[in-house]
Design a protein around this ligand. Structure first.
Ligand code: GLA
Length: 393
């Protein structure tokens, strides 16, 4: 072959390589979702997280908003596995306690980040009467029923449907709980929609319908540490709760039925106060909970979406506001954590290294006529919304 032909051929080959590269690059740009191509807009991706012993595969979805805030959600328990938010200098940290392995969630999770149901919180002796019929639920917390029983919503696999809008991204989770599951009456169709907005809010919209009269009380059980999970205790966080009443409890943490005033007690958080300031007080209610573990009767009484609590962490400058339309808020200061669980980033979680603010109906409502009703009947729709809003000082 003459040299000139050889050169022409190698030029043509090089040209083809460049052409293929240019086309591939153009195609890859087209394949990027439009919201991402437009400069880091909200996005959602899915990855495999683990397999349950029965063979079911569990996914983890990563939601990212335009500011870089990131939330990870598991199809197991609808768990908020990680919530990365900036501090006042823009540095991200994961502020939700959790695990990096599915087996830890299955074996030993104290309800980290999960959807809690069918009845979040306690029902005395696991028993209630509805329309003249008495139901006996599991007693999985001393003499009482807690957080939906032996296998509540926190241990179920949810169907996930991701979505993306202009200023937000989200995951719709659904689970159908068959009639009689955990001995609750009625087939309950539950839906929880998590939305991460561009103003750093996690919005949770709950919906449920039933085939028979039943009781329902759903919440999210995230443990927060605004310093970052695994980064010490939560005692320096300043807490404000918009409640002037609460529901005092007996020795087994079941409400006595009284709606008592908070004024003058170390449980009163109407003025911002560090969680640690009064946590070792000899107040009988604090002693019974081993710290804070109380249901606050919100002053908004559950009418509209309203600010229920505001938490400020002075060192990082991170701020969490809980906004809800629920009548109650359980403030739990992580008293049962005991330093044996190793969390997401490999650190042990000591006592009081996370707190939960569980928007909900009052504990044991099915046994207290003076509490707002938690009964759901066929044809009615259970609907409630809670927002975790993050900002900095
Ligand atoms: C709720 C309860 C606490 C405890 C935790 C989970 O917050 O009120 O007493 O059971 O859940 O450990």
């Amino acid at each position: 072959m003459p040299t000139s032909t050889l050169i022409r051929n190698s030029f043509a080959a090089a040209f083809r390589v460049v052409l293929v590269a240019v086309v591939a690059l153009a195609l890859s740009l087209v394949a990027v979702p439009p919201a991402q191509a437009a400069g880091g807009g909200p996005s959602i991706t899915k990855k495999y997280f683990g397999t349950l012993s029965g063979g079911k595969k569990i996914d983890i979805y990563t939601l990212r908003n335009s500011n870089g805030m990131r939330v990870k959600i598991l199809t197991y328990g609808g768990i908020l596995q990680s919530i990365e938010v900036p501090d006042s200098r823009g540095r991200l940290a994961d502020v939700a306690l959790g695990f990096d392995k599915l087996s830890d969630y299955v074996k030993q999770s104290p309800y980290f980040g999960c959807i809690t149901g069918r009845y979040a919180n306690r029902i005395a002796k696991g028993r209630f009467t509805l329309d003249g019929k008495t139901y006996q639920l599991a007693t999985n917390d001393g003499p009482n029923h807690l957080h939906g029983g032996n296998k509540g919503f926190d241990k179920r696999v949810w169907q996930a449907e991701p979505f993306r809008r202009h200023n937000s991204v989200g995951l719709a989770l659904t689970y159908t709980s068959p009639n009689g599951e955990e001995h609750y009456p009625g087939t309950l169709r539950a839906k929880v929609v998590y939305t991460l907005t561009d103003d750093n809010q996690i919005r949770m919209d709950y919906r449920a319908t039933t085939s028979r009269p039943t009781v329902v009380n759903l919440t999210n059980h995230t443990y927060f540490n605004l310093r970052g999970e695994g980064n010490g205790r939560i005692l320096g966080h300043e807490m404000r709760i918009n409640a002037s009443h609460y529901t005092p409890v007996d020795k087994t943490l079941i409400p006595t039925g009284k709606i008592a005033r908070l004024g003058g007690t170390p449980l009163d958080f109407r003025e911002p106060t560090a969680i640690g300031d009064r946590i070792n007080s000899k107040n009988q209610q604090i002693v019974r909970g081993g710290g804070y573990d109380q249901n606050y009767v919100l002053d908004s009484r559950g009418h509209d979406l309203d600010l229920a609590a505001k938490v400020v962490e002075p060192e990082s400058g991170r701020v969490l506001e809980v906004i809800t339309d629920q009548p109650g808020l359980q403030f739990y200061s992580g008293n049962f954590l005991d330093g044996t669980l190793r969390g997401t980033s490999g650190h042990l979680y000591p006592k009081r290294s996370g707190f939960a603010l569980e928007s909900q109906h009052f504990p044991d409502s099915p046994n207290h006529k003076n509490f707002p009703s938690t009964v759901l009947r066929p044809g009615d729709v259970y609907r409630t919304t809670t927002i975790y809003a993050f900002s900095t000082m």
